[in-house]
Design a binder for this molecule. Structure first.
Ligand SMILES: Nc1ncnc2c1ncn2[C@@H]1O[C@H](COP(=O)(O)OP(=O)(O)O)[C@@H](O)[C@H]1O
Ligand code: SF4
Ligand SMILES: [Mg+2]
Length: 369
């Protein structure tokens, strides 16, 4: 295990709601805009030197969660703690230690700034001091731009997409961050360049011990780089655990559906999921995935006797295997069955860590909440 010690980042019961826009006519008629529950009760942690991939379809709240972790959105409820302290206590210091890398390197770079100026910008904003030229060169070299001096005077349009993303990463590295939040850092890049940038992220973790939260809609990418994977659906994490566990032995039907379509080299596949794409202004009751769940549609949930709970009973994450949590009535039933027939174990139950609660993990034999 590369990651160790106490968590550096602790997110607890986070809720971010966006007020919907409403037309003038509807406003006069007294109609209220629908609220979008973009992040709807998320708890997670990140350890030093760990890469956590946050995966899920477009619109499930990944960017909102990442932005809230960065202190760019104010949550309505919940906390984000970094090294034990709320990020809101000293946002400026936090923003220096934790850097964000966005999806689109072209948009992130000022076309009129040279590579040198772009990388030096953060150093100047945070008044870091010291030998700026040396710091810029080191950041560029760490981001794989070698020899760095060769790129100092280049403008973004003179670089390839991969080089531009390296410059963005160098801008983050210049501040010697302890954590990087990368939102879809390779999704705008050619397949050939993606591998290079991913190898770079792995190198940063291994050599600089940087913790990385990488947002992606691509589970194949999570497979390549992550120590742990969190799968998000409609504002919630529905499964989280060690990458090889979640990706090779998924427990949640949503993760299974996403994995059925991990893109093949050269092909762009989409998840084959029935029903409407999720809408955070209309979160279904019960398990929020139930209108699209293949287990419900196929009748397997009914046969197992959980369908009513699927439709009516909301549930948090439950530890079904060591370190591997899922929010699914059916999977929990399966795990209990495994344990009943498996080797004797103290309590014989599963462990629940409520996604919306704020306490530590508590053992329970019942999954129902
Ligand atoms: N500033 C905003 N105002 C209103 N709704 C928003 C805003 N930002 C995001 N949303 C909505 O929140 C949901 C989650 O969006 P987002 O976090 O961008 O998801 P993802 O990154 O997973 O694609 C979407 O339905 C989106 O339309
Ligand atoms: S709780 Fe029910 S509806 Fe939700 S994912 Fe599990 S089987 Fe499907
Ligand atoms: Mg996004």
């Amino acid at each position: 295990m590369r990651a160790s010690g106490e968590p550096v980042l602790e997110v607890d019961d986070l809720h971010v709601v966006f007020q919907g826009r409403i037309g003038l006519g509807a406003g006069i008629l007294g109609k209220k805009a629908a609220e979008a529950r973009a992040v709807d009760g998320v708890s997670l942690h990140l350890q030093k030197g760990e890469i956590l991939a946050l995966a899920g379809e477009s619109g499930c709240g990944k960017t909102t969660l990442a932005r809230t972790i960065m202190g760019l959105e104010r949550p309505q409820r919940g906390t984000v703690r970094y090294q034990g302290r709320s990020i809101w206590e000293n946002l400026r210091a936090y923003r220096r230690r934790v850097q964000m890398v966005f999806q689109d390197p072209t948009g992130a770079l000022n076309p009129r700034q040279t590579v040198y100026e772009s990388v030096a910008e953060g150093l100047r904003i945070h008044r870091v001091g010291g030998d700026e030229k040396e710091q810029v060169a080191r950041a560029l070299a760490n981001a794989g731009m070698r020899p760095p001096e060769r790129f100092f005077l280049n403008y973004p349009h003179e670089l390839s997409g991969g080089q531009r993303q390296r410059v963005v990463i160098a801008g983050a590295l210049a501040l010697e961050p302890e954590m990087i939040v990368a939102d879809e850092p390779v999704s705008n890049l050619d397949a050939s360049v993606r591998g290079e940038i991913l190898r770079l992220l792995l190198k940063l973790r291994d050599e600089l011990k940087i913790s990385i939260l990488i947002v992606t809609h691509d589970l194949g990418l999570a497979w390549t780089v992550a120590d742990r994977v969190a799968v998000m659906y409609l504002g919630r994490i529905v499964e989280i655990g060690p990458a090889e566990e979640v990706l090779a032995r998924p427990l949640h039907p949503y993760t299974k559906a996403l994995l059925d379509v991990v893109p093949e080299p050269g092909g762009i596949d989409r998840p084959i999921l029935a029903g409407e794409p999720p809408d955070p202004t209309r979160v279904p009751p019960g398990c929020r995935f139930h209108p699209r769940c293949p287990e419900v549609a196929s009748g397997r949930a009914r046969t197992a006797g959980v369908e009513e709970r699927c439709r009516a009973q909301d549930l948090g994450l439950v530890e079904l295997r060591p370190g591997h949590f899922a929010a699914c009535h059916l999977a929990a039933l399966g795990a209990r069955g495994d344990r009943a027939t498996g080797p004797a174990e103290a309590g014989g139950g599963v462990t629940e860590r409520s996604q919306t609660g704020d306490g530590p993990a508590r053992p329970t034999t019942a999954v129902e909440t």
